[in-house]
Design a protein around this ligand. Structure first.
Ligand code: AHN
Ligand code: ZN
Length: 334
């Protein structure tokens, strides 16, 4: 009895000593003071190969353009996979009118974790692919649809991996993951009529018709184009306008995790993306982690944006890992 007591005391002392030495060493090596250090919390691991696989599964269906077979099949795939991870999956079906008066049959796929929790984090990405490669250097393919490996599938793949991790390690907060449809059905570059609100049709629908009456979340994080090698995510302008505290939290966590090169402390331009409608219509502060060009680089987005070259071979498991790990840190530190 006495011996066990002594043994336990020794073990507790050893464990405490170990934690404090670790802190001291990290503090000394980085030259940072104690409160700049990340509080030690066990964060479950994001698996980059699993995330990559989820991206590839989507692109294997071909372009997921609304009103096509590939779109239907991919919706079923996403729904089935998420049913294996979440407490509840809601498929919100609707018809919306596109810029050219096409009626699109859309599905927002909503996965709910810990429905009883009132403090909730909303995560999102668009799962549809763009019907037009209107930025392709080859004019003859500009009316063809794109694979959308980075523009679409990367954000969804990262969130599917996060869903898998959540299913095995229950967090203290509620999490809702929404795959928004019809984000990328905006007018082609050649159409100069400049119509309003023709992008983000799925998120506009959800923001006006959330899956629960009175739905609210503490904040939201949208992922868009999070799969290119050496991607950079400067602070997108609508994010810093509507949700400055969330931007600070996420970029600070990224920096402390050693990912400051991916999350530079730089301003990016405003992007009319799904998070814009979540902020404007339903009033949830939501940021966008999106690959934008910085400084003197040409173009707004990654190199193969809205071209036939946005394919799976350009997807980097390392970039998916950086973004996924940052988001898991955010969730498990709440
Ligand atoms: C425009 O630049 C009009 N929309 C950006 C949102 C977007 C398109 N995200 C992916 N594809
Ligand atoms: Zn796009």
């Amino acid at each position: 009895m006495r011996l066990t007591g002594v043994l336990i005391s020794v073990l507790i002392f050893a464990a405490t000593a170990c934690i404090s030495t670790d802190n001291k060493r990290d503090g000394a090596s980085s030259g940072k003071t104690d409160d700049e250090e990340q509080t030690p919390v066990n964060i479950p691991e994001f698996n980059p190969d699993s995330a990559f696989h989820f991206v590839k599964q989507q692109t294997d269906f071909g372009p997921r353009v609304p009103n096509t077979k590939a779109h239907d099949k991919c919706a079923d795939y996403l729904t089935q996979k998420m049913k294996g991870y979440a407490d509840t999956v809601i498929v919100q079906k609707s018809k919306v009118r596109a810029y050219n008066n096409d009626i699109l049959n859309i599905k927002n796929i909503i996965s709910v974790f810990n429905p009883e929790k009132t403090k909730r984090i909303l995560l999102g990405a668009h799962w549809d692919s763009r019907p037009y490669a209107d930025h392709d250097p080859d004019k003859s393919v500009r009316w063809e649809p794109i694979q959308g490996a980075n523009d679409g599938a990367s954000g969804v793949g990262a969130l599917m991996e996060i869903a898998r991790v959540l299913s095995k390690n229950n967090p203290d907060v509620g999490v809702d993951i929404i795959f928004f449809d019809a984000e990328d059905y905006g007018p082609p570059e050649s159409d100069q009529s400049n119509k309003q609100d023709t992008w983000g049709l799925g998120s506009q629908y959800w923001a006006r018709n959330p899956h629960n009456f009175g739905y609210n979340a503490h904040y939201g994080i949208l992922l868009d184009m999070v799969g290119a090698a050496n991607a950079q995510f400067p602070k997108e302008r609508f994010s810093t306008y509507y949700a400055p505290d969330v931007v600070d939290k996420v970029w600070s966590i990224a920096d402390k995790a050693g990912y400051g090169k991916y999350f530079p402390d730089e301003e990016g331009g405003p992007i009319n993306d799904d998070h814009y409608y979540i902020n404007e219509i339903i009033g949830i502060p939501m940021i966008n982690i999106i690959h934008l060009k910085t400084g003197s680089e040409s173009g707004t987005f990654f190199k193969h944006w809205h071209t036939k070259e946005d394919t799976i071979d350009k997807i980097s498991p390392q970039t998916l890992n950086v973004v996924g790990t940052v988001v898991l840190n955010v969730i498990y530190r709440e």
